[in-house]
Design a protein around this ligand. Structure first.
Ligand code: HEC
Length: 273
């Protein structure tokens, strides 16, 4: 499971391309092929490499304080990793903010390891080649520690309610050159852009399926991508200004999506196109 040769993956990719092009006129059969491809790789997800690296990074001493992240409190107490992702984002009293997993990791790297914000956020996303992101690895591992669990993101604290409400409003906020909101692409059933199905994120079913699937190994990018990257990419599609990594805007949107998905099972890391 740990050692995974690239050849079968590439071979499977070629099969997919070949089949997809012979079925040009039939979008649904291409979707079926992608589903089949995913199934084939289910037990052999390249994301496992990110998971392994993340587990190592957690224990690695770094920064001016020469400390690991093992004392990081992700919401269920210092050092607890099992199940934490199922209850994020949440309010943290020490920062006085609602934080998602990534913004919380930024906090831990700064406080425990003594790194600066610039150092911690200089490479949030890998470049599809040699330049890998520590964040993508850490998030992959931490999310895998909640795999199979049901989401129960808390909403009792006033700040949690507020973050959800801000996220809900941003979701429908139309602006930019095309006057798009998230809702333009994600609030109806059965919509698609070219071959891509656009999930309806306003229903519990749609939100659960979408939210529970990230992070995902993206075949087209050769990287594991996190929810931060997914939202960053959608802001780009919306022609909005690029959001800052781990900013409160992303956290609010993530809160809205996560709470909408509450009760759904976490499947990640998965494989996506
Ligand atoms: C112009 C259309 C468009 C807009 C606007 C848009 N998205 Fe997306 N979104 C997409 C496409 C295309 C995908 C990829 C679908 C695929 O590949 O399966 C996607 C995927 C997603 C996913 C992952 C779904 C899954 O099942 O994996 C989430 C979550 C998401 N968008 C959230 C948002 C949010 C939040 C906003 C507003 C900031 C937004 N999107 C704005 C087009 C859009």
């Amino acid at each position: 499971m740990i050692h995974r040769p690239r050849a079968p993956l590439l071979a499977a990719g070629l099969v997919l391309v070949a089949t997809a092009s012979s079925a040009q006129d039939s979008t649904s059969s291409t979707t079926d092929e992608i589903a089949k491809y995913r199934e084939m790789l289910e037990d052999d997800n390249p994301a496992d490499l990110w998971v392994l690296r993340g587990a190592e990074l957690w224990k690695t001493k770094r920064g001016p304080k020469d400390a690991s992240l093992e004392q990081c409190n992700l919401g269920l107490g210092a050092g607890v990793v099992k199940g934490v992702y199922a209850q994020l984002p949440r309010y943290f009293a020490d920062t006085g903010r609602v934080q998602d997993l990534e913004s919380r990791l930024v906090t831990c790297m700064m406080t425990l390891q003594g790194l600066s914000l610039e150092e911690v956020t200089q490479r949030p996303f890998g470049n599809g080649s040699e330049e890998k992101s520590d964040m993508e690895a850490l998030v992959s591992w931490l999310v895998s520690e909640s795999r199979g669990l049901k989401l129960k993101v808390p909403t009792a604290h006033a700040k949690e309610k507020e973050a959800y409400e801000i996220g809900r409003q941003i979701f429908s906020y139309r602006a930019g050159p095309h006057d798009f909101a998230c809702a333009t692409c994600h609030s109806q059933e059965g919509r698609r852009i070219r071959l891509q199905e656009l999930p309806n994120l306003t229903t519990a079913e749609g939100a659960r399926k979408a939210y529970g699937a990230w992070p995902a190994y993206r075949v087209s990018q050769g990287e594991v991508r996190t929810m931060q990257h997914r939202l960053y990419d959608c802001f780009r599609q919306q022609r909005f200004p690029e959001p800052r990594y781990a900013s409160d805007v992303i956290t609010a949107l993530t809160m809205y999506l996560a709470v909408s998905a509450n009760g759904g099972e976490l499947q990640a890391p998965t494989i996506k196109r």
